[in-house]
Design a protein around this ligand. Structure first.
Ligand SMILES: [Zn+2]
Ligand SMILES: [Zn+2]
Length: 148
């Protein structure tokens, strides 16, 4: 008898479900994007299509499933990287999360960060649209941290 578990996900605007661990494990920080609501936001790169978008804490979906949480089962890992704003003279780091998939013991990403697309709502703390140069992105990727 296995107990039903909650699985958590975000919906990518391109229709992909992005698996995430329990939301309290995401480093969700309040942002300064000119919003008056106090709702927390997180920037996540869709592992299926590479679209980087802002997600609200309240957009996390929960589904009951009979199979174990894929993060507990080591099928997925959440990683976090600090992407630098590419705006001239700014270089403010911004935290971006993504998910790696375990392919027979190798952690893989389908879309490498070089090919990520940043949606217009991804802004650095100074309000510049995030459009990191690949060089910065590559270093950010090398410095990524496994969160879970
Ligand atoms: Zn997607
Ligand atoms: Zn900036």
């Amino acid at each position: 008898m296995s107990e039903a578990k909650f699985h958590y996900s975000l919906s990518c605007p391109n229709g992909h479900g992005i698996p995430i661990p329990r939301p309290n494990l995401l480093e969700i920080h309040p942002t300064h994007m000119g919003m008056t609501t106090g709702e927390k936001k997180v920037i996540v790169a869709c592992p299926e299509c590479g679209l980087v978008s802002v997600y609200l804490e309240s957009s996390v979906q929960m589904n009951l499933s009979p199979i174990p949480d894929p993060f507990d089962a080591d099928r997925f890992r959440l990683v976090v990287l600090e992407v630098e704003c590419g705006h001239e003279g700014c270089e403010t780091p911004r935290t971006v999360h993504t998910v790696l998939e375990n392919d027979k013991g190798t952690w893989k990403q389908k879309i490498v960060p070089k090919d990520w697309t940043f949606s217009a709502d991804c802004l650095c703390e100074n309000g510049h649209p995030l459009a990191p140069r690949w060089e910065d992105n590559r270093f950010a990727w090398e410095r990524r941290r496994l969160l879970f």
